[in-house]
Design a binder for this molecule. Sequence first.
Ligand code: MTE
Ligand code: MO
Length: 406
Amino acid sequence: MDERAYDELRLSQWRSGRARGFSRRDLLKLTAAVGAAGALADAAPAVAAGAPIVKPLPPELFKQFGTNAETLWSSLKDVGYHVPIDRFFVRNHTSTPAVDSRSWRLNVFGAGLRGGPAEFTLRDLKGLPSVTHSVAIECAGNARGYFTSQQGQTVSGTAWGLGAVGVARWRGVRLSTVLRRAGLSPRAVDVQATGLDANFVSGGVDLGPVRRPMPVRKALDDVLLAYEMNGSPLPTDHGHPVRLVVPSWIGISSIKWVGSIEVSDEPLFSPWNTQFYRLFGPGFPADGQPFDRQSIKSAFELDPGATFPAGRTVRLTGRSWSAAGRIEHVDVSTDGGTRWRRARPVGPSIDNAWQRWEVDWRPTAGTHVLQARATDVRGNAQPEVARHNTLGYLFDAVVKVPVTAS
Ligand SMILES: Nc1nc2c(c(=O)[nH]1)N[C@H]1C(S)=C(S)[C@@H](COP(=O)(O)O)O[C@H]1N2
Ligand SMILES: [Mo]
């Protein structure tokens, strides 16, 4: 079954009340509470205990939004294919917890296992065959701010620029290896990891710990339980000691600080696939349209408002990425979209990661609008306008970047 068909089936099961963990009634209650409080999904959490983010967030590397911090694209110029840990974006629903890796255990349980629960220490996981992959993690709300600034539309949630994305080298064990060791049953339907961070409270309602189910088919396909990032033990803010890395899917799938994994023999639901991370708004089903996959985007390695010397050739650099496949080509305009030219690819184009590129440009004095438009190997190209949805997910339109030369 393809992902879309799976989503549709899941939606109808949920509508008909076949939902354990988070029912339609819970959602209606929640919607009322959220409406009353005037807050919405992805907004700053009501409680944030301790240090929301542990690593330093210098203003030349990050723009901070409460418990979240996006990478400034100017900080990715000349840093190579992978985003260094010191500038990788952080998206926390609450706060970064301190998890002791020696006493940490992964508990795998549920009716989708042949026997009882299984427990793994970090040592156990490291003793299993490991794989290393370059994979992008990107927030579903990345570039959300452009719905408002570029399209004049109202959306709720963190007004990210383009910096809620990063590619790192993740090393870990395949989730499929762990699930098979735990005794996966042919009856298994869904797999849901739960984080050890504090419960997420939204609009006065305690929604429990961050968790989100995925179909067993995805779990067995390409998902990692990662314990290393760019060759270092997984850093505190990025899920120490172990996180999921779910290639091509929205960032919320890649649960950090994993404490347990439920394998169920029926569909699972959580607020993170019912109330949040669904497409709501005109043209979408009243219950929202489910989605799992990320979209296609491009970014220049500079910040809006950057300045250049006039009359001298500069090298513009950037990156493009698509969840549907490798980037085929990137077109760049430096005159607000009248003329486009092909950017030169730089280095590899890796599936589920990104493609770096460059173009030379000699600006005249004055203000200019830069744009980059990517096309992937499946023929998907970035549109002029992203499809509006009230929670502001999956912005994929070509971004207009104002710069000045003097
Ligand atoms: N336990 C837990 N996992 C989580 C989150 C969280 O708040 N708690 N945030 C998710 C979201 S919305 C995103 S976009 C990614 C961000 O990963 P990063 O902070 O390592 O960049 O983690 C996901 N995993
Ligand atoms: Mo996210």
